[in-house]
Design a protein around this ligand. Structure first.
Ligand code: ADP
Length: 495
C-alpha cells in the first residue's frame, strides 16, 4: 500500500536527515541549515542564515575551494572526493566530504550542500606541524642552526640555535654587518671569500666555511661550520640559505691530536738524528780504528832504526784504502737515509758472501774459519750489492767478536745458502759456535743502541735488518739455536 506523501514536506525531510545539510542561493549565501549542520558547525540556524558559505571555510583554503562552488550547476557527489576543510564555531578545523546538488526553480538556483565528517584525520596541517616538529628535534639533536641571508636587503634571518650562538636570542633577524661583527676577525676574510665564490653565477652556488664566533653576550668563542647554497635570479645572487653546526668540540680534539702529532714528530726527528749520528759512527768506527793502527805502524817505523820503506808504503796504502772506504760508506749511508732510488742488480749470493768475508778478513778479523753449505745452482737474487755486503759483514763481525770474547780454541762460522721452501726467496744462515744469546738479550738485539760490548754502538743489527727489508727480504735471529747464535735473512730471486 502506498501512503500519501502530502504531509512529508521538503522541510521535514531536510530537518530529519542525519547528514549535515545547507541550502545556498544564487549568491552563495546560506538560506537554510538543518539541525545536523547546526550541530556540526556549532551555530544556530539564525546565526548561519544569510551568511556567505565561504565563512565556514578555513581562510587559507577559501580560494582553493571557490572553484568547487563556482562549478555548482554540475552535481558533485561525495564519491568524487570533494574535500573541504571547514571551521566550526570553536575554531576547530574539520575535514569534510562535500556533495553539491543544484536545485533549479523558476526564479532561483539553489544548491543543496551535504557535509560528511570524514574519519580521515585532518591533517595536512597536523602532518605539517608534525614534520616541523620532527625537523626541529632533528636540528636540535644535530646542533644545527638555520640562516637565510637576503642579499638585497642585507638582512640575515636565523633560528633560535644560531641566535643563541651569536648571543642575540631575541633578534629574529639582524643586519649582515651585525652578523659579521661577531665573527672572529681572523676568520672573516676567508669566510667572505667563500661567500664571494658561491655568489659567482658561474659557480654551483655552494657555500662552505669554518669560522669562529664570539658570543656577544658572554664573550665565549665557538667554532662554526657553515654550509649553504646561493640562489640566483636572472643571473644575480639574491639569497644564501644554509645551516650551521657548532664544531667546537671537534676542533679542540683536532688541536689536541695535532699537538700530539707535533710532539711525536719532534721525538721521531730527535730519534732519527740520533740514529743517523750513530749509523755514521758505526760506519766510521772500523776504518778509523784501522787507520789509527796503520798510523801507529808508520810512527813506530819512523822512530825505529829498522826503517823499512816497503812496510811504510804498505801501511800508508792501508790508510788511504781505509779512508776511501770510510768515504764510500758515508756516501752510501747518506743515499740510504735519503731513501733515494734503490739500485739493484742480479747477484750471485755465493760471490757476495765471499766478498764480505774478504773485507772482514782485511779488517783484521783473521782467527776464524768458515764452513759453507751452498745449494747448487741457486738462482741469482735481485738486490743492491753494497747493502747486502754490509748485512753480511755485520753478521760475520758479530759472530767473530762473540766467539772471540769467549776464548774458544776454534772459531767456526757456518754459512748456509738455499731456497726458502715454497717461495721465490733465497735464505742465508750465519751461525757461529760462540756463547749464543740469552732469551732476554735476544729480544733486544734489534733495538737501536742496544749493545753488550764495551766499545759497541748497538746499530749494526738495526741497520742490517733495515737493509734486508729495503731489499725485499727479512732478517731475524733463530731463538734457542745451538750451538752459538743463528742469524738468517731472506732475499728475493731475480724475476
Ligand atoms: P754492536 O755490535 O755494536 O753491539 P749490534 O746491533 O750489531 O751492535 O749487536 C747488538 C748486540 O747483539 C751485541 O752487542 C750482542 O750483545 C748481540 N749479538 C749480536 N750478534 C751476536 C752473536 N753472533 N752472538 C752473540 N751475541 C750477539
Amino acid at each position: 500500500m502506498i501512503y500519501p506523501l502530502k504531509k512529508l514536506s521538503f522541510r521535514t525531510i531536510f530537518d530529519a536527515v542525519a547528514d549535515a545539510m545547507l541550502l545556498t542561493d544564487d549568491s552563495d549565501h546560506i538560506v537554510l541549515v538543518n539541525p545536523a549542520a547546526q550541530q556540526l558547525f556549532g551555530y544556530s540556524a539564525e546565526e548561519l542564515s544569510g551568511l556567505a558559505i565561504e565563512m565556514l571555510i578555513v581562510p587559507r583554503y577559501r580560494g582553493q575551494y571557490q572553484e568547487l562552488f563556482l562549478n555548482r550547476p554540475a552535481k558533485h557527489s561525495k564519491s568524487v572526493g570533494n574535500e573541504l576543510i571547514a571551521l566550526n564555531r570553536d575554531g576547530k578545523e574539520m575535514l569534510l566530504d562535500v556533495s553539491l546538488s543544484p536545485i533549479k526553480t523558476q526564479q532561483q538556483l539553489y544548491v543543496l550542500i551535504t557535509f560528511n565528517a570524514t574519519n580521515r584525520r585532518l591533517d595536512a596541517e597536523e602532518a605539517l606541524r608534525g614534520s616541523e616538529e620532527r625537523l626541529r628535534l632533528a636540528k636540535q639533536a644535530a646542533g644545527l642552526g638555520v640562516f637565510d641571508y637576503d642579499f638585497k636587503h642585507n638582512i640575515v634571518y636565523w633560528d633560535q640555535q644560531m641566535r643563541m650562538l651569536w648571543g642575540k636570542p631575541s633578534e629574529e633577524s639582524i643586519s649582515y654587518e651585525e652578523f659579521v661583527a661577531a665573527i672572529h676577525p681572523e676568520d672573516r676574510a676567508a669566510r667572505q671569500a667563500a661567500i664571494d665564490k658561491a655568489m659567482d653565477p658561474a659557480s654551483d652556488g655552494e657555500f662552505k666555511a669554518e669560522y669562529r664566533v664570539i658570543n656577544s653576550a658572554n664573550d665565549v668563542e665557538r667554532w662554526i661550520s657553515a654550509r649553504g647554497r646561493v640562489y640566483f635570479e636572472s643571473g644575480f645572487a639574491y639569497r644564501l640559505i644554509g645551516v650551521t653546526r657548532d664544531i667546537t668540540e671537534q676542533k679542540i680534539l683536532q688541536r689536541k691530536l695535532q699537538a700530539q702529532r707535533n710532539e711525536t714528530e719532534k721525538i721521531i726527528k730527535q730519534q732519527v738524528a740520533a740514529r743517523t749520528a750513530s749509523a755514521i759512527a758505526h760506519e766510521l768506527n772500523q776504518p778509523l780504528a784501522a787507520i789509527s793502527a796503520y798510523c801507529e805502524v808508520v810512527l813506530h817505523a819512523l822512530l825505529s832504526d829498522a826503517f823499512n820503506s816497503g812496510d811504510l808504503r804498505r801501511a800508508l796504502e792501508g790508510c788511504v784504502e781505509q779512508a776511501q772506504r770510510a768515504g764510500r760508506s758515508l756516501h752510501e749511508l747518506l743515499a740510504f737515509l735519503q731513501k733515494g732510488e734503490l739500485i739493484t742488480e742480479q747477484l750471485n749470493l755465493h760471490d757476495v758472501i765471499n766478498e764480505a768475508l774478504s773485507i772482514v778478513y782485511s779488517d783484521g778479523y783473521r782467527r776464524f774459519h768458515v764452513v759453507f753449505h751452498f745449494e747448487k745452482n741457486l738462482p741469482p737474487v735481485q738486490c743492491n750489492r753494497t747493502q747486502i755486503q754490509k748485512v753480511l759483514i755485520n753478521l760475520f763481525r758479530n759472530a767473530i767478536e762473540a766467539m772471540d770474547a769467549s776464548d774458544l780454541p776454534t772459531l767456526t762460522i757456518t754459512t748456509t745458502l738455499h731456497t726458502l721452501a715454497g717461495t721465490k726467496m733465497a735464505k742465508v744462515i750465519v751461525q757461529d759456535n760462540g756463547p749464543g744469546l740469552d732469551h732476554d738479550i735476544a729480544e733486544r738485539i734489534f733495538e737501536p743502541f742496544f749493545t753488550t760490548k764495551p766499545t759497541g754502538i748497538g746499530m749494526g743489527l738495526d741497520i742490517s735488518r733495515a737493509l734486508a727489508e729495503v731489499n725485499g727480504g727479512q732478517l731475524w735471529v733463530e731463538p734457542d739455536a745451538k750451538p752459538g747464535a743463528k742469524f738468517q735473512f731472506t732475499l728475493p730471486f731475480a724475476p
